[in-house]
Write a protein that binds this ligand. Sequence first.
Ligand SMILES: Nc1nc2c(ncn2[C@@H]2O[C@H](COP(=O)(O)OP(=O)(O)O)[C@@H](O)[C@H]2O)c(=O)[nH]1
Ligand SMILES: [Mg+2]
Length: 418
Amino acid sequence: MAMPKPIRLLAAATMTLFLFLVIQIMRSPSNVKVPGLAGSKMEDMTRDPNLDETGEPPEPLRRVVGHNYDADNPNSDRINATLLSLVRNKELGQLVQSMQDLERTWNHKFNYPWTFINDEPFSEEFMRVTKANTAAACNYLLIPKEHWAIPSWINQDLMQESANILEEQDVQYAHMQSYHQMCRWNSGLFYKHPELLDTQYYWRVEPKVHFFCDVDYDVFRYMQDHNKTYGFTVNLYDSPQSIATLWPETIKFLAANNHLLAENNAMKWLTDKDRRPDHNHKANGYSTCHFWSNFEIADMNFWRSPAYEAYFEHLDRAGGFFYERWGDAPVHSIALGLFEDKSKIHWFKDIGYQHIPFFNCPNSAKCKGCIKGRFSDGESWLNKEDCRPNWFKYVGNEWAETDSVGGLAGAVAADSAT
Ligand SMILES: Nc1nc2c(ncn2[C@@H]2O[C@H](COP(=O)(O)OP(=O)(O)O)[C@@H](O)[C@H]2O)c(=O)[nH]1
Ligand SMILES: [Mg+2]
């Protein structure tokens, strides 16, 4: 029996729509484009720059010469900096593993002091074992109670209710109060510890991380000599559910403090909505791109600046460290992206690093134990959490000039020759 014409038309339209959808799904991801060849920028990553042979960043670089970095040299070339680890006594074994990696690849040469910090006193065992794993000086600090405590203006009932909602949205650590306290402390309090007030640079080290590559220059001197504020290894998307109102609060802050915006800021990296529109949508205008802050090499003077102080104060009063689960990573990253000149943010590409489940693993004979270019050793969907393509697109790849040909540097050269 012949179908009536309207039904035939409907069937044809449905078939066309179905075919269109199948083609869309089977197409390679739409965000893989030809790399932009303007200067050192990349429109998107078609190839991980960690596959290109990587050496050291540009000179000047300070190296070990004779005894200039000996642990007991009172006139050493070390500058005002420390390796800094917030850690619990029960994490001693995992911390020692991180220490051993960092001592082997870098600190046995430069002997920067370690600072361990805790909300409870360190055990005798903790102090004995950590000291035994370095020739450098070790300091053990207790966090002042008022820095760690949940602030008086936080409503505990609301906090519990909010944690229930976050948990329903699969936000990790929703009900773990200490995790919220840790994120707030790492955001706006660590550099206010009375015994750190005179320290300028720090390298944050967490338990259970790995370092893979020999680094033969003083990274703190690199920061100082090259006028860098912040160094990262891994650049990621965040879980939008954990920070739903962080960007709206940031916009409110900016409305009254627009003058604090750096001229050469990284706003576009923070607000991109092309690559993961859903993330931007759920985070109310924030791409969720951030530097993964379990690794940071940075200048505390940025956190001590009036701009950051005012921003942290605003966020702290808004309560999102407890009513949501704002992490120190997005908070630090938004502040850097807005208030700092983006040329002062450095990708430590040459520092091979892992914090489960992500890596920064360069292609270099100095690296052992990681697979060059590997971004994650978890499920393959984790690869889409990489936010470096946005960083390269809006800020650039500072290594493009120095990395060996074959990768981006080669592509740029080839393009300008035509
Ligand atoms: N002293 C102390 N350190 C903590 C506490 N919670 C987390 N940390 C430290 O904060 C850092 C981040 O915590 P971690 O459990 O690694 O969180 P994740 O990496 O986000 O899963 C690590 O250095 C932990 O040792 C806490 O309650 N007390
Ligand atoms: Mg960790």
